[in-house]
Every structure is written in structure tokens, then in C-alpha cells.
Design a protein around this ligand. Structure first.
Ligand code: DON
Length: 561
């Protein structure tokens, strides 16, 4: 009873204080994205009679223009979709694929050492993009407007330019030296080889033309013909290994999402080649064994950290592209398996990661990205996480196309048990092979109870999964999106064996107590994540939307005229 009252009161508090909700009217919709212009593109398309899938395609294309540091036509994405007419739920997998000339050791030198930067900078780092094919797939199979209508806002934004913001400047700061090496990228994204001033306009004429070709010819406009030719020749001239067949053969795959039940909440999330749904599902299964709400905050965080440690360990051991390896999904998500793992958690002491069975000995049976959420009045919804990996991807723009290529190849395990840019390790499950998709952490998610529906996700590399997990736990406590996106964050990913937390993520007392339990703590020097979330309170017909205060995004709940 006490638990119920607490839950209800915290939910009501949020109801009263949140600014972005309206009462049910015949037609309302909601969008949360990382950039106001992308949210606006989605609203325009909904107002023109498009559904959530048309809006998702428009937002994807717009983000490719106005958030070049996060996603783009040269990158990949997972769009988790729910179609209300037949309740179909599917994950549209537009993840990049390794070029056919990739090899297991392509980033190692003769001595077997990783060549610094090769999987991160320039065309060698780029997988074959999936976003253009995904845009067409969404519109053709689920939308109701034409590709031309849906791409119109992004084309206009590319032609007219968007203004440089603080976030742009900060992320460019990390990648400027790489971008300077590639004149086509430097010309678009830098000002005389320097970070452009706030408010400077970034105009992308070549990208606008590539988008127009995509609008006119569909995926063929990107994966075949002059754009494809230009992409391949430019990559090759700059030391890359793409071939025309790589682009021509790229295929979108629809995959069954991962579904788990956590204390009565149906959690639907990304399936492999993302690790998101399985790792989060496994952690939730472990946490279900504890009555988290009854625990004090220190013990609760300790248990959550230990659940993260165990599920990220299995990520490293078992997960990769399901078209190349067998993943023991049923076992990993088995409640009994989670029960066994829960028993290994000592509520007084941290379990050193080295004491969990080493991933290499387990038998084999078995900083940038973006997220948006959209719900239309019919109840169609999309949760999409899109990426070119690090800020501004590989830093390389293929000449004449305006397409900034990803550096998603670094998401492979380029050498067994060697950490990637996010400190993640892996082994043969995620080894490089031609045509394979690198393992991702992107975790676009839906949550559903009798009463509420949620759509959420975030960028943040390896920390994506733990951020969404904390969001799910907050939803379970009855809180609304504004709370999920603002929550202080902490994280454990098995290796390195440390609890990472953002400034303010752990109180002084929690820090002392967790150290006392044997945890090694590591404060990140900045706040992380950029969560975009929507919730519908079904009974009252209330829509809530919230954009992470750490970013520059916008969340809108709006009526149709
Ligand atoms: O797919 C993945 O897991 C990564 N490429 C995501 C990268 C990311 O979120 C960077 N953001 N800060």
C-alpha cells in the first residue's frame, strides 16, 4: 500500500510540474528529438497528413543535415516501430555493414598491434551506410506520403543552412584535427580550418543534391548511379576499400525486437546486431529478483551496478551480428539464468569483474549519436537511434556528395579483448568479417503497461544501455519523461572494472559507501547522454514529451488544428 501511494504521488508530482503536457483532444501527437529543426520537420510532415513513419523518415533526414556530428546519410540506425492498425512491432535494421574487402585483422599491423586511429579516422573506418535505405524502407512500407514530400524539409535545411550552436562547437573541438585532413569535410564544417562561430550558417549544397537524388530515385539514387560511383571513387582515392557491389548489395533487414517483462511492464527493445535489448533485458531480469523500491539508495545502486556488470559481461562474450553467429538469446533472457546471476550478487561487496568467468573462457554455445521518439494520433510510434559513431564520424566527406562517412567499424572487436573507443571489449562473436554488422549498444525502446506507453532512447556509446535501463526503472517507479531524461547517471560495463558516473550522478555518501563495498569509482568530466522520450497516459489521454536538459533538443506535444 505504501509503495502504491509513493508511486502515485511521485507520478502526480511530475504531472503537476511538467510543462509539456496537454489534455486529450481528438488529435494530438508528440515528437522529441535532439534538434529543434528536426522536431519541426517531423511536425510539418504530420501536419501534411503523414503518419509517425513519414515523420520518422523526415526527422532522420533532417538530423542528417542539422546534426552532422551525430548521424547522417553516411551512417546507420535502428528504427523500432509499432503500427497501431495491426499491432505489428518490428525493428528496422539499417546498421552499417563491413565492406566485402574487410578482413579480420584489417586494423592490425604486421606485429599484430592495433594501428592507432585506423578504425576511427578517414574512409578505412567507414562501414557501408544503411540510413538512406532505411528512410526509403520506412516511407515505402509504412508511410503514406511520398519520399519527395518527406525529404523536402531536410533538403530545404541543407540548402538554406543551419546555425552553429555550442554543442556543434564542442563536438567539432574533439574532431577538428581529423576533419582538417579532409578538404571536402573541412570546407563544409570548418571556417578556414577553424571551428565556426556560434550562429554561423552551415550550408550543405552537395548534401541537398544527394537528398534530391534520393527523393527522386529512392535507394537506387544513393546505392547505384552517380552518387554511388562518387562515394566509391572518393573512398578509394583516400585509401578506403569500398567497392560498387558493397553499396548495391546493402539490404535493410526487419528483425523481431527483444521483448522482456519487468514487473508487469512489457519492455520492447533493439535486437542484435544491437546488444541493447538483450543486455538491458538481462539486467532487468536480474533486478526483478530484488525489491528495489524497498532498498536504501546505496544498496539499490550497488545492486543495479552489479546487474549491469553481469549483463555487459555476457555482451562481450556472446553478442554480435546474428547473421554471422549463433546467439543464445533464449538462455541469456531466461528468468532462471537471471535468477542464478542474481544469487551471485553480494549485497555487501562488489564482485570484481575478474571473478566473473572470463569471456575468453566462456564456452560458445551458446562520443556521437542521436535518438528521436515520435507518436502520432493513431498510436503509431517510432523509437529510433541513429549513429555515425564518434562526433562527425570518420571526419571524411566523399567528394561532391556532402555525405560524411561513419566510423562504425570501430564498434567491431578489432582485436580480441582490446578495448574500443568506448572501452568495450569483445572476441570472436564481434570480430570483423566481410558483410558483417558491428555490434551496437543502441537501445531504442518501448515500454507498455495497462496504463502507460513510453518511447525512449539516447546516444552515449556503451553507456546507452545503462541510461535506458535507469529510465526504465524510473518509469517503473511511476515517473514521467522529464524525470527519466534528467536523472543523474551511473554505469558499469564489466570492463574496465569501475563505476562510471556523471557529475552529480552519485551523492558524497553514495560514493563513500560504494567505495567501502569495494567499487572503484570514476567520475566522468562531463554529463553524458541526450535522451528523447515520450509517454502516453492512456486512461487520461495525456501525452508527455521531454528532451534531455544536457542537449539542445526539443520535445513537443501538439494538437492538430
Ligand atoms: O552503435 C553504437 O553502439 C555506437 N556506435 C553508438 C555511438 C554513440 O552513441 C556515441 N554517442 N555519444
Amino acid at each position: 500500500m505504501i509503495k502504491k501511494i509513493k508511486t502515485l504521488s511521485s507520478f502526480l508530482c511530475v504531472l503537476i510540474f511538467t510543462s509539456s503536457y496537454v489534455f486529450a483532444e481528438p488529435k494530438q501527437a508528440a515528437i522529441a528529438s535532439a534538434h529543434p529543426l528536426a522536431t519541426q520537420a517531423g511536425i510539418d510532415i504530420l501536419r501534411q497528413g503523414g503518419n509517425a513513419f513519414d515523420a520518422a523518415a523526415a526527422i532522420t533526414a533532417s538530423l542528417a543535415v542539422v546534426e552532422p556530428y551525430s548521424s547522417g546519410l553516411g551512417g546507420g540506425a535502428f528504427w523500432l516501430v509499432h503500427r497501431s492498425s495491426d499491432k505489428k512491432q518490428t525493428m528496422i535494421d539499417g546498421r552499417e555493414k563491413a565492406p566485402m574487402r574487410s578482413t579480420h585483422d584489417m586494423y592490425l599491423d604486421k606485429a599484430g598491434n592495433v594501428v592507432k586511429g585506423l578504425s576511427l579516422n578517414g574512409p578505412m573506418a567507414a562501414g557501408i551506410p544503411g540510413v538512406p535505405a532505411g528512410i526509403e524502407h520506412l516511407v515505402k512500407n509504412y508511410g503514406r506520403l511520398s519520399l519527395k514530400q518527406v525529404l523536402a524539409p531536410a533538403i530545404k535545411q541543407a540548402q538554406e543552412g543551419f546555425a552553429v550552436t555550442e554543442r556543434y562547437q564542442k563536438l567539432m573541438g574533439y574532431r577538428k584535427e581529423v576533419i582538417k585532413q579532409y578538404p571536402d569535410a573541412a570546407q563544409i564544417f570548418l571556417n578556414k580550418y577553424d571551428v565556426p562561430a556560434i550562429g554561423a550558417l552551415i550550408v550543405q549544397k552537395d548534401l541537398a543534391n544527394t537528398l534530391i537524388t534520393l527523393a527522386n530515385n529512392g535507394r537506387k539514387g544513393f546505392y547505384q548511379g552517380p552518387v554511388a560511383k562518387q562515394l566509391v571513387s572518393s573512398v578509394r582515392e583516400n585509401g578506403g576499400i569500398w567497392e560498387p557491389g558493397d553499396l548495391e548489395k546493402y539490404q535493410i533487414i526487419e528483425r523481431e525486437p527483444i521483448v522482456v517483462n519487468y514487473n508487469g511492464i512489457k519492455v520492447t527493445s533493439a535486437s542484435p546486431p544491437s546488444s541493447g535489448g538483450i543486455v538491458m533485458g538481462q539486467a532487468l531480469n536480474i533486478l526483478e529478483q530484488f525489491n528495489l523500491e524497498k532498498l536504501d539508495s546505496i544498496t539499490r545502486k550497488h545492486i543495479v551496478i552489479e546487474a549491469m556488470r553481469r549483463s555487459y559481461r555476457d555482451r562481450a562474450a556472446y553478442l554480435g551480428d546474428p547473421d554471422f553467429i549463433d546467439i543464445p538469446v533464449d538462455r541469456l533472457l531466461d528468468k532462471n539464468y537471471a535468477g542464478g546471476l542474481a544469487l551471485t550478487i553480494n549485497s555487501e561487496r562488489a564482485t570484481p569483474s575478474s571473478e566473473l568467468s572470463n569471456i575468453a573462457t566462456i564456452d560458445q554455445i551458446g562520443t556521437d549519436t542521436t535518438h528521436f521518439s515520435v507518436v502520432d494520433p493513431e498510436g503509431n510510434r517510432v523509437s529510433a537511434t541513429l549513429s555515425i559513431n564518434l562526433p562527425f564520424g570518420s571526419g571524411f566527406v566523399a567528394k561532391g556528395t556532402g555525405v560524411l562517412l561513419n566510423n562504425e567499424m570501430d564498434d567491431f572487436s578489432v582485436k580480441p579483448l582490446t578495448a574500443n573507443a568506448y572501452g568495450l571489449v569483445g572476441d570472436h562473436a564481434n570480430a570483423i568479417a566481410p558483410g558483417k554488422r558491428p555490434l551496437s549498444s543502441m537501445t531504442p525502446t518501448f515500454l507498455e503497461t495497462d496504463d502507460r506507453i513510453a518511447v525512449l532512447g539516447t546516444p552515449g556509446g556503451s553507456r546507452i544501455i545503462s541510461m535506458v535501463l535507469l529510465g526504465v526503472l524510473d518509469f517503473a517507479e511511476g515517473n514521467a519523461p522529464k524525470s527519466w531524461v534528467s536523472l543523474p547517471r551511473y554505469h558499469h560495463q564489466y570492463l574496465p572494472d569501475q563505476v562510471q558516473y556523471e557529475q552529480g550522478g552519485l551523492s558524497d555518501l553514495e560514493q563513500t559507501a560504494l567505495k567501502d563495498k569495494g567499487h572503484v569509482l570514476k567520475e566522468k568530466n562531463r554529463r553524458y547522454g541526450n535522451m528523447q522520450a515520450i509517454m502516453i497516459w492512456k486512461k487520461k489521454g495525456l501525452f508527455f514529451a521531454a528532451s534531455d536538459p544536457r542537449g539542445e533538443g526539443s520535445a513537443e506535444v501538439f494538437y492538430y488544428p
